[in-house]
Ligand binder design. Structure first.
Ligand code: ADP
Ligand code: MG
Length: 708
């Protein structure tokens, strides 16, 4: 396809200069928007909204339909309804919680409207005005009430039914309710939209049954109806997916065509030397994956591979194999882990494998002392260290390798899309291996990680025993710990996992308290250790050592043990408040046991008597494999967790449900790759907007930033 002639993209109508002036308006601090002073700007900042452009992209979470109103006499408890009438009485009750009540009257009866902590309403809702109010209906002493209703004043003359309309609901905070957010956005919308640059020609979008960007933004905030909302969401999702695919595509183009990498030795001599370090035989699946590595790594183009495999399937060994190829070739390898605990764990594991080798390993995390850090940096620079393990501390600018040949990224879904892009940028020209124990459905992997080749280990090492799993109501805790005592008496060890230490979840039983309880009561004849992420590194290492050597019998911990810990004698895992964990996370946790000769058991304690929670945990009882559980988890919780959209305020994708749309993502990918094929540097004037957006959102992560 000849790009310039296709007419699909906005051409000269948006010169770079036009784009730039629009950009300035949208990047203006929010404070300059109508209805936003310094104080409101501070509140918006808490929602991650700092500029006028951010406000445009702060999308509603949901919408409610303002129904036509019904008669007060028809109100039924539990219903969600709208009434309309005149306010005949108001009162502010200052007792805590402070309450404002208004009595609404129409022909068929009276209805109380009640708000808590809304002193401000006594000025807005005054005697004699007419209101339309929507909320949950309650019947109190035979009288209907609406609790915390949303409301709008109505003109008494037009008291006839207003047409039903949609009200957007925004993620809000105490002093900045959804209604206020909506009013402010709606008040600025037209002015701001004028500055929004369209990415595509209207005809191109119409062909795909999508709105223009401006219309989509307009309709997402002030929709006509649910059909328009759907269209607006699809349009905005398409734009997000397109941009992401564009960046991924450009990256891949560069990797393939422009970036060279160090070809590694993959001969049989090296192969035999590495295998001799292991005291077991690799599984067929591991061998297959290694063959794929060897093919990639012998090239002078960077390998770009995703390695999937269930917890305990032996990914680490395979990664070590690749790292040793790098070292054997006179290069270095780095391994990036999402947490300090995991990085330390990898260090121990690799040191054990390499006990008979001369390869030196360094560790770089936020926890290492500055003296250690200096020594490590020196070792990296002069090549004394063959392998470096670290957290994102490893991405800092002052880190220089003598010759980095391979980067391994563990559990990469724990890094956000943008962070991943930074990793890729910093290490362009380096062979990259990404490992994950959270399998991603194939089609989604293709589209989300379109720049990666995929390897899968679909077989566990021999001798693995499936872990038996039980979901048990917390009311039976005494029995459970009695059982634990029995196992400890036989010489086994146990993990007791509880939700993290966190101010925001202080209502949860925290591990410190749980530890005290177990040590003084349930397991008082045994040594109980404590491990959580807020402990200093040295102390944590001591506890892990003690548990590994059996000096500690039971280990109370947060999910810091989720990945990487390996103690075969620990055959028991009790998860307290199991309802607070995601299924994928429980599966990872459970992977810590079942690693030795004895039958292992995982007990999930649920504090919710509700069948619902137990049935969720049932997926854990029923399925042993991570793929099946990941699927269930996806159904229950959506994609957010998986692809790192959690960072509040700046999610990578706003419309994660549409990632499952059979058409939209593949379409965006196809269209984006067509652009890459035609203009991989986005230098055509018609691509000025795309280029600007790509750089704005993904910055240095793509090579574009260097051009022009
Ligand atoms: P993963 O990283 O996929 O969770 P690991 O690499 O940590 O899995 O391996 C889990 C355990 O299995 C480790 O103790 C490792 O030494 C052992 N292991 C790996 N591969 C094999 C194999 N082929 N045979 C026996 N044990 C193995
Ligand atoms: Mg692992």
């Amino acid at each position: 396809m000849v790009w310039g002639d296709s007419g699909m993209f906005v051409r000269a109508i948006q010169s770079d200069a036009t784009v730039q002036s629009g950009v300035r308006a949208l990047e203006a601090p929010l404070q300059f928007a109508t209805g936003v002073g310094p104080q409101r700007a501070r509140l918006f900042a808490k929602l991650g909204v700092a500029t006028c452009g951010d406000m445009l992209n702060y999308y509603p979470r949901d919408y409610v339909q303002f129904q036509g109103h019904i008669r007060v006499s028809e109100l039924r408890p539990g219903q969600h309804a709208t009434v309309q009438g005149r306010i005949i009485q108001t009162r502010l009750i200052r007792r805590r919680p402070m309450r404002f009540e208004a009595l609404l009257e129409e022909e068929s009866g009276r209805c109380a409207l009640i708000w808590f902590n809304r002193r401000d309403l006594s000025e807005k809702i005054t005697l004699g005005i007419s209101l339309r109010a929507t909320g949950a209906v309650n019947i109190y002493n035979g009288r209907p009430q609406l609790l915390q209703p949303r409301f709008e004043p109505v003109d008494r003359d037009s008291a006839a039914d207003a047409a039903p309309c949609l009200e957007p609901l925004y993620g809000a905070i105490a002093d900045l309710p959804s209604g206020t957010i909506h009013r402010i956005i709606a008040g600025n919308l037209d002015r701001l939209l004028a500055h929004v640059a369209e990415w595509f020609e209207p005809a191109f979008l119409a062909e795909r049954n999508l709105f223009t960007l401006r219309r989509a933004l307009q309709q997402i905030h002030c929709p006509l109806d649910f059909i328009a909302v759907g269209q607006a969401r699809r349009t905005l999702a398409y734009h997000e997916f397109f941009l992401y695919q564009l960046v991924v595509g450009i990256k891949r183009y560069h990797q393939r065509n422009l970036v060279g990498a160090m070809p590694l030795r993959t001969d049989d001599v090296v192969d035999a030397r590495i295998r001799a370090l292991l005291d077991f035989t690799l599984t067929a699946a591991q061998d297959r994956v290694i063959a794929q590595f060897r093919r990639d790594l012998a090239q002078n183009r960077p390998m770009n591979r995703l390695l999937q495999g269930d917890v305990g399937s032996g990914k680490t060994v395979v990664a070590l194999y690749a790292m040793l190829l790098a070292v054997a070739s006179g290069g270095q390898a780095a391994m990036l882990a999402p947490t300090e605990v995991l990085a330390e764990q990898h260090l121990l594991t690799l040191e054990r494998y390499l006990s008979r080798s001369r390869v030196k390993i360094g560790l770089l995390t936020a926890g290492v002392t500055s003296a250690e850090r200096r020594a490590t940096l020196a070792g990296l620079a002069d090549g004394a260290l063959g392998i470096l393990i670290g957290t994102h501390a490893l991405l800092q600018d002052d880190i220089r390798f003598k010759k980095l040949a391979l980067l391994v990224v563990d559990e990469q879904h724990k890094f956000g899309v943008r962070q991943r892009a930074v990793i890729r940028d910093r290490y362009a020209g380096v062979h990259t291996l990404i490992m994950t124990a959270t399998p991603i459905p194939r089609t989604l992997a293709m589209t989300l990680f379109g720049d990666l080749d995929v390897s899968t280990i679909d077989e566990l090492p021999p001798g693995r025993r499936p872990v038996a799993t039980r979901a048990v109501a917390a009311t039976r805790r005494a029995e459970v710990y009695e059982f634990v005592r029995g196992r400890l008496a036989q010489g086994r060890q146990a993990y007791v996992v509880a939700p993290a230490v966190d101010e925001n979840t202080h209502e949860l039983q925290n591990v410190v308290q749980l530890h005290r309880e177990l040590q003084s009561l349930w397991l008082k004849d045994y040594r109980v250790g404590l491990l959580h992420g807020r402990m200093p590194g040295a102390q944590r290492r001591q506890v892990m050592d003690d548990f590994r050597s059996g000096r500690i019998h039971a280990l109370v911990c947060t999910t810091v043990i989720e990945v990487g810990v390996d103690v075969p004698n620990a055959t028991l895992m009790i998860v307290e408040h199991a309802d607070h964990f995601g299924l994928a996370q429980l599966h990872q946790l459970r992977g810590r046991i079942g690693r030795g000769e004895h039958q292992s058991l995982c007990v999930l304690l649920s504090d919710q008597p509700a069948d619902q929670s137990l049935s969720r945990l049932d997926a854990m009882v029923k399925y042993a494999g991570g793929f099946k559980i990941a699927e269930e988890d996806l159904k229950l919780r959506g994609m957010g967790e998986l692809i790192g959209t959690r960072q509040s305020g700046h999610p990578d994708f706003h419309f994660t449900d549409l990632l499952f749309d059979p058409v939209l993502l593949p379409l965006a990918r196809r269209d984006a790759l067509a652009v890459v094929a035609a203009d991989p540097h986005l230098i055509a004037p018609s691509h000025a907007v795309l280029r600007h957006e790509a750089v704005r959102r993904f910055g240095r992560a793509i090579a574009l930033a260097d051009v022009g």
